[in-house]
Structures are given as C-alpha cells and as structure tokens.
Design a binder for this molecule. Sequence first.
Ligand code: PLP
Length: 397
Amino acid sequence: MKISNIASKIRPSQTLSISAEANMKKAMGVDVINFSAGEPDFDTPENVKQAAIDAINDNYTKYTQYEGNIELREAICDSLAARGLEYKPEQIVVTNGSKHALKNAFSAIIDPGDEVIVPAPYWNSYIDIINMVYGVPVVVETKKQNVFKITADELEKAYTDRTRALIINSPNNPTGVMYTRDELEAIARFAVEKDIYVISDEVYSSLVYSKKSPHISIASLGDDIYKRTIVVDGLSKKYAMTGWRVGFSASDAEVASAMANIQSNSTSNVNSIAQVAAIEALDNGNDVAADMLREFQHRRDYIVQRITDIPLLSCMIPKGAFYLFVDVSKLLGNTVGGVELKNSTDVARALMDIYNVAVVPSDAFGYNNYIRISFATSMRDIVEGARRIEKFVKDNY
Ligand SMILES: Cc1ncc(COP(=O)(O)O)c(C=O)c1O
C-alpha cells in the first residue's frame, strides 16, 4: 500500500536512532558509553513524582482544558515572568513536550510552500516538522568564526517573499552557544522589518552556566518582536522530566488560539497527571533543578578539559545546554578498522563499532566535521568515554 509523499520524506530522528542502537548493544551485554542521549540522567524529583501519585489517587484523570489546566498555565506564566517575559494564561498552550509545541506552531503559521529559515547546525527535528506541514526549510550554514550563530546579513541573503519565519535556538543544541542581546536585537530588527515570525526554542534556557551571560529571550526585546515571537519551552530538560511529555508555547493570543484549536483536534490535552506533576515542578522544583545544573557544570568542565587535551580534537566551551560540539575534521582521511573516515558519520560509526562509544555525527544537524557529545550522563561514563575517545585517536593517528 502507498504511504503519502510527505510521510516518505520524514526521517526517523537520528539522535533517537543512535541512542536506541546504544541501548540495544547495552541490553546485549556490551559496555557502551552513551554520549548520544539528549536527556538528563537524573530521576524526576521526588516531590514531582508524589504530586502525580496524589493526582491519580484524587482521580484527576479526566480530560482537562485542551490548551492546559489553568493552574498550570498560571504557573508557566509565573516562571516566564521570572525571566522577564510577561504572558497571560490565554497566551499559553500546554503541549506534549516542546517538540509538539513546535509542530503546533508551524501548523498554525505555515501554508504549503512557505519558507522557514533554519540556521545550521540545527536540532534535527526542525527540518522534519517543517516538512510535515508542507513548509520549506531554508537551511543557512552558520560559520565557525561567528561561533555558529546566524547574522542579520545571512538572514537577509536567505530571505525571499515566501519567508514566513525563522528559528532561533539559544542555548543551542548541538553547539551549546548562546546569542547575546546585541545579536538578538539585530535578528529582531530583521524579523520586524520583514514582518515574519520568530520561533524561539528556549528548551535549554534554564541550563546556562554563567550568571554573567544569562539567557535572553528575543521576545523580551520590545513589543514589535514580542508579538511576532512564539516561545517554545518545556519541562523535559530542566526538571529531568523527558518521559512526562510536558512542554508549552507562549505567543500572541491569536496565534495561541490557532494552536490550541489545532491541538484540540489532534492530541487534546496533555496527560492530566503529568500536568499536575508539572505544576509541582514549576512551583517547588527549582532547588533540585539548581543542583542538577551544578552537576552538569562540573561534568562540562571535566569533559571540555579531557577533549581539549586530546591531540587533533578541539571544542568550544558550551555556555548552555549539555552538549559538546567537537571538531573532528583532523581525523578525516585516515582509515580506521578498514574504513576510510570521510565524514562525521564515519567517525561516529567507528567510535560506536570499535570503541563502543555512541556520539551523534554533525551530519545529523546539517553540518560537516563535528560530533556531538552529550554530557547528560554519569561521571563514570564521562571519564570512561573520554578515555575511549583518547584511545581511538592514539590507536589510529
Ligand atoms: C533544541 C530542542 N528543542 C526541543 C526539544 C524537544 O524536547 P521535548 O519535546 O522533550 O520538550 C529538544 C530535545 O532534545 C531539543 O534539543
């Protein structure tokens, strides 16, 4: 039987496939170090789990408002206010993870053939989600000398009369870079002048390592950009709640209402129990989140040092998120295990097959010559994984 053209264009998420391969090897008894997963290795905080148990016992198990329980939307507004963003509950849609908020957002603003500017390296799902709504992703390769950040000049070159939106992801997956106020102001000027939307993926906004350069949301830079921005965020990364599937969007009320209508006819509300857990996380989970952040920082500092010490490899210090973007260009051209390493996918394959280390090649993020190491894993695995990567280079170069 035929599947639709659009479905045949959609690829499985490469990061999830690599992680699944690592988990399969582990299940077969292989000691794999999994640096590919984009999720905290911590358990969900106890009080959050208890709130969910209480919700079940209290029979909070029926449909909720499809845009999300009002108390949760209020708690989301409070948490956004704490970072300088004023929203009312009617501007919030609670979604099945921030991935779903992205799907709602593109469904609400894209007509077939409309273009969305996506700076590369990008989080891999952007492309597929835009394709799913018959949009056209226009990928702009950012430059290493611009620290992988898109500039207003590059945006200008990518712009056409079909451009409807651009995506900003700060802190960024896979690079860990963050946009400064000046850089965001330039992007905001561009978006306002062209009258296009900005999808601001802020899912890592709470994972920022320096108090001196805090996360800034482009939506906070004035009324004109505020009303054109759809902020996408969620609880997965901050509160170690990836499996609960709670995300949200914050936007102009008209766009929020369009997204809520779409959601009401597709998934309806997010699981009622997860919504109660989310309220508890937002209201009382910040101390645990701060502890996790400190631990991530400790791991970051360790892995940055270890990778920097390995000849032929280099990386920048990520300012946010939990990924290290490692330049492997100097490894290309050599033959390892009988295979010539031609690109980052070959490097990642050799690491997986011979050294049992799972990393994500930058090819998955629309960029050449890098691998992404997630340090959202235990210190034991980070120490051992760094040792294996060092051995890989020593053995073959
Ligand atoms: C940049 C980015 N955006 C969105 C998501 C989706 O997260 P979730 O749907 O769990 O909120 C991820 C997950 O890895 C991500 O890295």
